[in-house]
Design a protein around this ligand. Structure first.
Ligand SMILES: [Zn+2]
Length: 332
């Protein structure tokens, strides 16, 4: 249900909206701010915002009004388009939505140590290092307990349904799944759940999957290893390759592509599954072409047939073995 104009204007202060878009302002008294006009090029600040009245006026171009007017002018949108844009803005930064995901991830992390079957599953996937399990925010969703926990903390059912944390029958969305938090910058925007039982193996909550996994740790590396899944990543981190990231699959979304491209001359080693039908290697080549077009240096890592990085380490490979594969990696 989209929000109306009054609610949007109350919830998104004009000043916050501008600052999020890097508008730099000098305070002029307690409620007035002045800076360069975002609507046209200028060298002397003539754009005033009154934070109490939630309005702007520019002495340079003579334009002024409220948040809606500013969005219409700055993005050249119609009134209905502006409402859609502001609803998206509100949805993407609603502190309650963010908070409920953080709370959920925290709850799942606490559950992990309480469930022997979850710990056994992690061991079966080669994960032994408690420090890395903690660093990656890995948790366990036993199912049937989250809803009670969150409603007891005061989160409304509607929010849990809207966020997809519980489903319409009222059950927790994730049941017997190892979970990984997905970030966009510092915000948790989704959760990936890997079933340890018979259900469909991979599941996300509805909505954006965010950026590359564990990117805050990897971002400063000039050599990056890109794998398909978080279990591949976890065993590589364990083996010392903490410049490994993953996109939860073989395709990158726009956010993930921009992250990889944020350093000139970055080298990306693509280490996808070596499926017997060639699917992983085809996906690797297709992605390599895309990354090269974007200006990155790319190498494709060939794993032994039938292996992915996770199974490779489980089957006894060492850091030195993987170093050797990186050394042998080839361009397109
Ligand atoms: Zn102006």
């Amino acid at each position: 249900m989209p929000y109306g104009v009054q609610h949007l204007k109350q919830q998104i202060p004009l000043l916050d909206y501008l600052r999020k878009r890097s508008w730099e302002a000098q305070p002029m008294g307690s409620q007035e701010f002045v800076g360069l006009c975002p609507l046209h090029p200028e060298s002397r600040p003539s754009f005033y915002v009154n934070a109490a009245k939630n309005v702007f006026y520019c002495h340079g171009c003579g334009r002024g009004g409220d948040l809606v007017r500013f969005v219409e002018l700055s993005l050249n949108l119609s009134f209905p388009e502006t409402l859609v844009h502001l609803n998206q803005e509100l949805g993407s930064s609603d502190p309650c939505r963010d908070q409920v995901l953080r709370e959920t991830v925290g709850f799942y992390r606490n559950q992990l140590g309480l469930h022997a079957d979850a710990c056994a599953y992690l061991r079966s996937r080669g994960l032994r290092d408690a420090g890395i399990i903690q660093q990656l925010g890995i948790g366990y969703a036993p199912g049937g307990m989250l809803r009670q926990h969150l409603t007891r903390l005061g989160y409304p059912i509607e929010l849990l349904l809207q966020r997809g944390i519980i489903v319409h029958g009222g059950q927790d969305a994730f049941y017997r799944r190892i979970v990984f938090p997905c970030f966009d910058g510092n915000r948790i925007v989704n959760i990936y759940g890997r079933s340890i039982h018979k259900e469909a193996p991979h599941r996300f909550l509805p909505g954006s999957r965010g950026g590359l996994f564990a990117w805050s740790t990897v971002a400063s590396s000039s050599d990056v290893i890109l794998v398909e899944g978080p279990f591949d990543l976890a065993v590589l981190w364990q083996a010392g390759f903490v410049n490994t990231t993953c996109a939860f699959g073989t395709r990158l979304n726009q956010t993930q592509l921009l992250q990889l491209c944020d350093q000139l001359n970055r080298m990306v080693f693509i280490a996808f599954d070596s499926d017997s039908n060639g699917a992983g290697q085809n996906a690797a080549r297709s992605l390599a072409r895309q990354l090269e077009r974007a200006g990155l240096n790319v190498r494709i890592v060939d794993l032994p047939e039938g292996q992915d990085p996770n199974s490779y380490f489980i089957s006894g490979a060492t850091s030195a073995d993987f170093h050797h594969l990186l050394h042998e990696a080839h361009s397109l």
